[in-house]
Ligand binder design. Structure first.
Ligand SMILES: Cc1cc2nc3c(=O)[nH]c(=O)nc-3n(C[C@H](O)[C@H](O)[C@H](O)COP(=O)(O)OP(=O)(O)OC[C@H]3O[C@@H](n4cnc5c(N)ncnc54)[C@H](O)[C@@H]3O)c2cc1C
Length: 387
């Protein structure tokens, strides 16, 4: 079989998962990342392995993707997750009303639920609000955002993929309507060079619109930042979600010895210019303390923002209304051959996004190799540095 060369732009979880999938299918893989791997949104998210519960009422496509990948990743990345489950907590009568829609939505999407009384929930999570009325347990889990993604990178590297970090794509090379490679700058040496490839894949997350502009194709990406607040002390052991439609400060994720509250949502044009609005940080305290009153008094550790790569029209307002699903674009429809974009989705769905994209890539190149990432157990994250 001819060995085709695939070049991936972007070293987040999506690019890493794609490198893993394509390397297993026998392709020569090069990934270029302008910073360190996971230095984009991937290294800055909550660290929640979604059960899909958050999306089960209004965004069922994404909810189904999350629960499917949640179950696969537990098998192929043993030891990565704190399998602590999550609770959706109702603290007002309105929340209780929503819990009926929530359980119905979860059932439709194949997400198991277990309803707990106020007393049962307080027995396992004593810091929950005394206003608690009921809680519903779902299979959320906690992860270290960087280490989870590094398992894709480690395994891909072991299978021959090459990672060029601090290497930024400045332009995409084309002959006629066909993409033939990329022009990059190595930020360590300052040297520019061209890397040729049989196919180029844009996995630049919230930057994927900027990369698409280099080729002259359209990717309807809306970079949508959110603010997160880390407090010292583990205020809960399970992931605590508010029993409401998605909103600001509706989740508290226990991370090692910290509690991370998130998040808000707005849209920006430039993912390199997010800002950190102070009123959003205050909102995290205000909403978080409704679920766990100890939030207000816990010592501050850090606050930061990161941008979701959401797919949606330019008119989108806050990003809340946009689906969390993903999409793979084959730009052949726009008259460009040899260039594919994968964007949208969640860290939780990176493997599934990679499978869908690798199917498109292999079909375009005429490579007949099935996806193996549902079964192959990945190397530990440390193998990225030692392997
Ligand atoms: C506030 C917030 C909380 C979230 N919480 C969760 C959560 O708990 N669980 C979950 O599953 N998901 C969560 N998400 C979503 C998740 O973080 C993202 O969907 C995911 O990390 C996107 O990964 P990616 O690889 O597509 O993008 P990125 O991680 O952003 O990777 C893209 C990479 O491309 C690189 N790049 C850009 N331009 C170039 C160029 N020209 N040349 C070379 N490299 C380039 C960037 O440096 C970057 O590293 C959250 C998102 C946000 C914003």
């Amino acid at each position: 079989m001819k060995s085709y060369h695939a070049l991936i732009i972007g070293g987040g979880g999506t690019g890493g998962a794609l490198a893993h999938d394509l390397a297993l299918r026998g392709l020569k893989v090069t990934l270029v990342e302008r910073g360190e791997v996971t230095s984009g949104t991937t290294g800055r998210h909550h660290g929640l392995l979604h059960s899909g519960g958050r999306y089960a009422v209004k965004d069922k496509e994404s909810a189904v993707e999350c629960i499917e990948e949640n179950l696969i990743l537990r098998k192929v990345m043993p030891g990565t997750f704190e399998e602590n489950d999550g609770l959706f907590v109702a603290i007002t009568e309105e929340d209780v009303e929503y819990s009926r829609l929530f359980i119905e939505g979860c059932t439709d999407c194949g997400i198991p639920t277990h309803q707990l009384t106020r007393e049962q929930a307080l027995a396992i999570e004593p810091n929950l609000s005394p206003n608690l009325i009921l809680a519903v347990q779902i299979p959320d889990a906690t992860m270290d955002a960087m280490r989870m993604a590094l398992r894709f990178f480690a395994t891909a590297k072991h299978n021959g993929a090459e990672f060029k970090t601090y290497t930024e794509v400045l332009d995409v090379e084309k002959t006629g309507g066909t993409v033939t490679g990329v022009r990059v700058v190595d930020h360590r040496s300052g040297k520019e060079s061209v890397i040729n490839a049989d196919i180029v894949i844009n996995a630049a997350g919230p930057w994927s619109g900027k990369v698409a502009d280099m080729v002259g194709v359209e990717v309807p990406i809306r970079p949508s930042p959110g603010v997160m607040l880390a407090l010292e002390g583990r205020l809960c052991n399970m992931v605590i979600n508010r029993m409401t439609p998605s909103g600001d400060g509706d989740i508290v994720v226990p991370q090692r010895g910290l509690s991370v509250i998130g998040t808000s949502s707005w849209v920006v044009d430039d993912p390199d210019n997010l800002g950190l609005p102070s009123d959003h940080i205050e909102k995290m305290y205000a909403e978080g303390e409704k679920m766990i009153p100890a939030v207000r008094k816990a010592p501050f550790r850090a606050a930061w923002s990161a941008a979701r790569p959401l797919i949606g029209p330019r008119g989108a307002d806050t990003g809340r209304e946009l689906s969390r699903t993903f999409k793979c674009f084959d730009h052949v429809d726009e008259g460009v051959e040899g260039f594919v974009t994968i964007t949208g989705g969640k860290a939780t769905t990176a493997r599934g996004m990679a499978e869908a994209t690798a199917n498109v890539v292999c079909q375009k190149l005429g490579v007949d190799a099935p996806c193996r990432t549902r079964e192959v157990v990945m190397l530990p994250h440390t193998a990225y540095f030692t392997g």
